[in-house]
Design a protein around this ligand. Sequence first.
Ligand code: ZN
Length: 268
Amino acid sequence: MRYIEPHGHMVSRTTDDYVAMVTAGCEAVCEPAFWAGFDRSSANGFYDYFCQLTEHEPKRAAKFNLPHYTWLCINPKESEDVGLAEEVLSIIPEFIDRPNVLGIGEIGLNKNSRNEIKVLEKHVDLAGSRDQLILVHTPHLEDKRKGTRLIMDVLKNDSRISPERCIIDHVEEHTIKMVLDEGFWAGMTLYPESKCSSARAIDMLEIYGSEKIWMNSACDWGISVPLAVPHTMMEMRRRGHEKDWIDKVSFQNPISFMKQSPKFQAPA
Ligand SMILES: [Zn+2]
């Protein structure tokens, strides 16, 4: 088996997790910037985090022969403070041309507030002006559907942004169709407790097909399973799916999306 982990918060993981992922067939990992589990006290905290994502973590991954890519932003949870968000947005251009940066992410909404939307628009403007890919986080609260709609409207309002260069992550049964219908990519996040289980993800693939969809584990500091993607691949085999179909969803699709950035080197 081979796969790509397109959304893994590796700064939260141990070296044992790296060994397990590579042993299970992981050939590249991509790490969006996200909430640390606590609010950072200043833009300096983000500066250090961006250094970690673009300098230290790629070196740590390289010790396990795993190419590491990243996405930069201030996450929606901390974007309620527009002043802080503007400061963080002003330091991103310093990092954006670094070799492992694929784009802007994971941006989006958490509580669908006015300030979150304002900061989302600023991130989309930065991505549009620098021709960057976009990775979107959708809210986990009961208003995921409304948040997904608002985010897609912001993306569509900017004529420089093409839907096929944006992935809307954490889709569930009630949001996947609207995302795909409007030409965006859809990400399914496999979590043991919330978000989406392996069985639900495979059901969605069986219903909506395997085009423009990827799966990820998120594997952050919370209860999560870094091997959720290969576990789901095993479940696909158990259901009788063909190896080529499993390979497309788990390996080829993430490559197809990410190679839209010239920095992404597709594994051979
Ligand atoms: Zn995430």
